[in-house]
Design a protein around this ligand. Structure first.
Ligand SMILES: Nc1ncnc2c1ncn2[C@@H]1O[C@H](COP(=O)(O)OP(=O)(O)OP(=O)(O)O)[C@@H](O)[C@H]1O
Ligand SMILES: [Mg+2]
Length: 608
């Protein structure tokens, strides 16, 4: 039950539902016991065994309530039988039984009614919190994680927690109360018989708890496997073209089936363990009742210390204990499964972001003088990707980063936007360490066009609106024109309302790239970071986009990453990178004169 404590902040907002549930369950337990007890006078009436009472009993306090109730009932039975015959008395008893059962079930429903809000509320809040966490956690968190596993946690694990939530309450309130009330009533009927029953309870308890052992670990394995095959599915959907193109269907099928086979094995073990709960406890219960029949039957037939009606009522109560005992063992297994799921959910929720804003982080509104990168070193894992790297980008200038693949260009974009934190050195904007700024304000100053165009399954309009929520259609069309995207958007049947499919796959690579440029254009930030923004364009559109970018970059500060050197010739500074270090830097003319790496690169490209 440890996790209930950890989940308490999700439960507390709904505690009034828990309280209402508990209250209703108290009544449920009370009426279900009374319903069974009421069988007794009915049977007595049926067989004419009721005690004859002609004087109306008087109420004399809570202590004598049992005698009072019994006498009063007998009084009614006696007088009714005398005046209207035994059928009428039987009818009264039946009405009493029906009424009690009705109340029992009414409160049962009400208890479930109230707890539903708690369960679904906790479910909703857990999902919202995980999602929020997923959005907040730094990108580095996901390098190791499987996406499908996170999907499994937010869907099935959370659901498992919801289910176990009901079981917990059943476990600690409803069923124990039902049992307690039944036992009290049993004691009232016959102390001797009840003590006899008590010998059997610990034995049953022991056997049932043996079954529950290791259930949590088994359940954990099932959940984990679920995450695994969801990951495979997720990757498959993302990579269908490659899978088909390389005829890798079989391989992926095998991978998926391996996982579902393990899932099959684990769930078989788990479910069969769980399935054992109910029959075992029912059988143990009926064994107890059999012993009771023997022992109690003796009391009725031989010792004559118990009336027939009382004995049948007693048996009903003993059976009444069976159902909750069964429910308890079942619920305790469910709680164990819920516990395993909750741990997986909490694992995400309790992850602290390594890129949390400082408590007194500055909310920087504008960009005034320069971006400076001072002696930074950075590694994703073990190897330094950037070594002692420095770069100064004065306001209004364009700095281009070129260099071979893997030299660390995109990494610089990742660091300036603070998707990752540097290991050594500092990155400053207007002399302020970016770690001292709120991430929100930092990213507000920047427009980002990533190397792989990232678009969402939505309309063109909504994709572009990410740049600036309050923009109107005219602004959007303007941005599309600047990015040279309007020419294809205007020919689409639904214009800017056209849906572009999953990650934009209804568009060509170049079209996607132009849309992500338009998105940055609409945002209109003081600093632009363009990672290979024109790589997927043909020469003609590249020239047009280049033109647009240059227009946009005027009066703007830009860091441009490019493979095609033709696109950055006009940059104020070109930095040539090699294995995370600066090989040379200068303007296009300076670098050509230098006759070094850059010149060689230019020559190779013009040769193409
Ligand atoms: N998320 C990551 N985890 C671990 N290593 C990474 C990660 N991203 C990049 N790297 C490594 O960092 C190095 C620099 O990568 P980066 O993406 O900055 O190169 P790049 O200069 O942009 O190359 P390209 O021109 O091909 O885009 C590479 O060696 C790469 O293997
Ligand atoms: Mg790159």
């Amino acid at each position: 039950m440890d996790y209930i404590k950890k989940l308490s902040r999700f439960i507390i907002p709904y505690k009034r539902y828990a309280i209402l549930n508990i209250i209703c369950n108290v009544f449920y337990a009370l009426f279900s016991t009374l319903a069974m007890v009421s069988l007794m006078p009915m049977i007595n009436v049926l067989f004419g065994e009721s005690k004859k009472i002609y004087i109306k009993p008087v109420y004399s306090g809570l202590k004598e309530i049992k005698d009072y109730a019994e006498n009063y009932l007998n009084y009614i039975v006696t007088t009714t039988t005398e005046s209207d015959g035994p059928q009428r008395a039987l009818l009264y008893m039946i009405i009493l039984i029906i009424g009690l059962f009705l109340l029992k079930n009414l409160f049962n429903y009400l208890a479930l009614f109230f707890i539903t809000f708690l369960r679904n509320g906790v479910l909703r809040d857990l999902r919202d919190n995980i999602y929020n966490k997923v959005i907040t956690l730094p990108i580095s968190y996901y390098s190791e994680k499987k996406k499908g596993d996170i999907i499994a946690r937010i869907s099935s694990d959370v659901n498992e927690v919801k289910n176990s939530m009901l079981s917990v309450l059943e476990l600690i309130v409803k069923e124990p109360l039902t049992i307690a009330f039944a036992i009290i009533a049993m004691f009232m009927i016959s102390v001797k018989l009840t003590i006899f029953v008590f010998i059997f309870i610990p034995i049953s308890g022991f056997i049932i708890s043996r079954i529950g052992k290791s259930l949590k670990r088994k359940s954990e394995r099932v959940q984990k496997e679920q995450g695994l095959f969801l990951s495979t599915l997720e990757e498959t959907l993302g990579g269908l073209k490659v899978i088909k193109g390389f005829n890798a269907e079989k391989r992926f099928n095998t991978k998926f089936q391996d996982s579902t086979n393990r899932f099959y094995d684990f769930s078989n073990i788990l479910m069969n363990r769980q399935n054992l709960a109910s029959p075992t406890s029912e059988f143990l219960g009926i064994a107890t009742i059999a012993a009771l029949l023997w022992y109690g039957g003796n009391m009725v037939m031989v010792e004559k210390t118990l009336s027939g009606g009382a004995f049948i009522g007693y048996m009903a109560l003993a059976y009444q204990i069976l159902t909750p005992a069964k429910a308890i063992s079942k619920a305790s297994y469910k709680v164990k499964a819920g516990n395993a799921a909750a741990e997986r959910v909490l694992e995400i929720l309790e992850t602290t972001s390594s890129l949390e804003d400082l408590p007194n982080a500055i909310n920087k509104k504008e960009f005034n003088s320069e971006i400076s990168v001072n002696n930074i070193s950075f590694k994703y894992e073990d190897n330094l990707v950037l070594k002692n790297f420095s770069l100064h980008v004065p306001k209004g200038k364009t700095v281009a980063l070129v260099g071979q693949s893997g030299s660390g260009k995109s990494t610089i974009a990742n660091l300036v936007t603070r998707f990752y934190d540097v290991n050594e050195g500092v990155i400053e904007i207007d002399g302020k360490n970016i770690k001292d700024l709120t991430k929100h304000s930092l990213r507000n100053l920047m427009g980002l066009v990533t190397q792989d165009s990232i678009l969402f399954n939505d309309s063109i309009k909504n994709n572009i609106l990410l740049g600036k929520e309050e923009a109107n259609d005219t602004d959007i069309i303007e941005a599309l024109k600047i990015a040279n995207a309007w020419e294809f958007v205007k020919d689409l049947p639904n214009g800017i309302e056209t849906n572009i499919g999953d990650s934009g796959n209804k568009l060509s690579g170049g079209q996607k790239q132009r849309l992500s440029i338009a998105r940055a254009v609409l945002k209109n930030p003081p600093i632009m970071i363009l990672d290979e923004a024109t790589s997927a364009l043909d020469t003609e559109s590249e020239r047009l986009v280049q033109d647009a970018l240059e227009k946009m970059m005027k009066n703007r500060t830009s860091i441009v990453i490019a493979h095609r050197l033709s696109t950055i010739q006009n940059a104020d500074l070109i930095v040539v990178m090699q294995k995370g270090e600066i090989a040379e830097q200068g303007t296009h003319a300076e670098l050509i004169n230098k006759n070094g790496v850059y010149k060689k690169l230019v020559e190779m490209q013009s040769f193409e």
